[in-house]
Design a protein. Structure first.
Ligand code: 5GP
Ligand code: ZN
Length: 123
């Protein structure tokens, strides 16, 4: 999509801080982080919103979600200590869709936010 900023980021026409990439997916840091770690996980292919996905996108969506535990480990925000009742770490995963979902950029993305509280922009 010609005017889509995340397509331009995926094509490297616009700069971003890339933390993971393969043929189908790119992960980069949000330019206005709402938490100490704030990553955006996008498909390289332009899909406007989660509402536009179908069963045919199941493996792509699954691959994006399945990346999250590894990304969380890389960022040091993984959940630990559940066994010892001293749980720590953790993150939130958010997908905004459409105007009522407060989606600003119409290229599907998963927000991965985590790190020590308090966070700036999210509750
Ligand atoms: P949405 O509101 O659509 O769910 O989230 C869009 C996110 O993209 C926002 O958190 C915003 O800070 C981020 N964002 C918007 N433009 C850019 C950009 O050019 N580069 C990066 N890295 N993030 C962006
Ligand atoms: Zn796009």
């Amino acid at each position: 999509m010609a005017d889509c900023i995340f397509c331009k980021i995926a094509n490297k026409e616009l700069p971003s801080t890339v933390v993971y990439e393969n043929e189908r997916i790119m992960v980069f840091r949000d330019i206005h982080p709402a938490a100490p770690t704030h990553l955006l996980i996008i498909p390289k292919r332009h899909i406007p919103t989660l509402s536009h996905c179908t069963g045919g996108d199941a493996s792509l969506l699954g691959e994006m979600m399945a990346l999250i535990p590894e990304l969380a480990k890389q960022e040091g925000i993984q959940v630990e200590g559940l066994e010892s009742s001293a749980a720590k770490g953790g993150f939130r995963v958010v997908v905004n869709a459409g105007p009522d979902g407060h989606q600003d950029v119409y290229h599907l993305h998963i927000h991965l936010m985590g790190g020590p509280r308090p966070w700036k922009g999210a509750n």
